[in-house]
Design a protein around this ligand. Structure first.
Ligand code: ZN
Length: 210
């Protein structure tokens, strides 16, 4: 599949508006991308507010994250490239920073996954081929670092083992979600963030009932 760069910009701009309305793009956090063809990705430049993106706030990079024009890509571009390489079907990637994802991954500081169980919205994941709510999905959680090469090497091991995945979390940081279309990536992001919020609210209720 080949996508025009301008079309990719439009799709990513509207994704940013939507995610910002949901409180998933505070300050200049997050980064978004679309696979243009088998050699190039359109990705957000570093530093802009993702709810106020405009044409020109994106650049082309190659599959190793190297900028193909004179702009600075998001610091985490390497993680996008890695997902596109591991998942042939991935067409769009959205990275969000949320309260629930941040609090939960810090609260469960010794856990390398967060389990979502029994939620109707689990049906959103393409890896849930049974199309049922009656499953447990273990979302990998990776410890945060500013060393993207080191982080990518840890992520790589898990992605290789989990062809079913369409999301992962970085501790105290945020969520990566991908889909076969930008729309699917948005739905997976929204559904995952919603279920993480449910987990957080449940923990609070349990604490209040003690
Ligand atoms: Zn981030």
């Amino acid at each position: 599949m080949t996508i025009d760069f301008r079309q990719a910009e439009k799709e990513l701009i509207s994704a940013g508006v939507r995610l910002d309305h949901l409180g998933l793009a505070p300050a200049t956090s997050g980064n978004y991308s679309i696979r243009l063809n088998d050699k190039e990705i359109a990705v957000t430049v570093s530093g802009n507010h993702k709810g106020k993106l405009k044409s020109g706030d994106f650049l082309r990079v190659d599959m190793d994250g190297k900028a193909l024009e004179d702009k600075k890509p998001s610091a985490e571009t390497l993680l996008h490239c890695q997902i596109y390489k591991c998942y042939e079907k991935a067409h769009a990637i959205l990275h969000t920073h949320s309260v629930a994802g941040t609090v939960l991954t810090r609260f469960f500081a010794d856990k390398d996954f967060i389990t979502l169980k029994g939620y109707e919205m689990l049906k959103i994941y393409p890896g849930n081929t049974m199309n049922t709510h009656d499953i447990s999905v273990h979302i990998p959680v990776f410890d945060n670092t500013q060393d993207m090469v080191e982080l990518a090497s840890r992520v790589d091991i898990v992605l290789e083992e989990r062809p079913d995945l369409s999301v992962y979390l970085i501790r105290g940081h945020g969520l990566y979600a991908w889909g076969e279309t930008i729309e699917q990536a948005e739905y997976i992001t929204e559904a995952t963030e919603m279920m993480l919020r449910c987990e957080l609210e449940t923990l609070k209720l349990k604490g209040a009932m003690r």
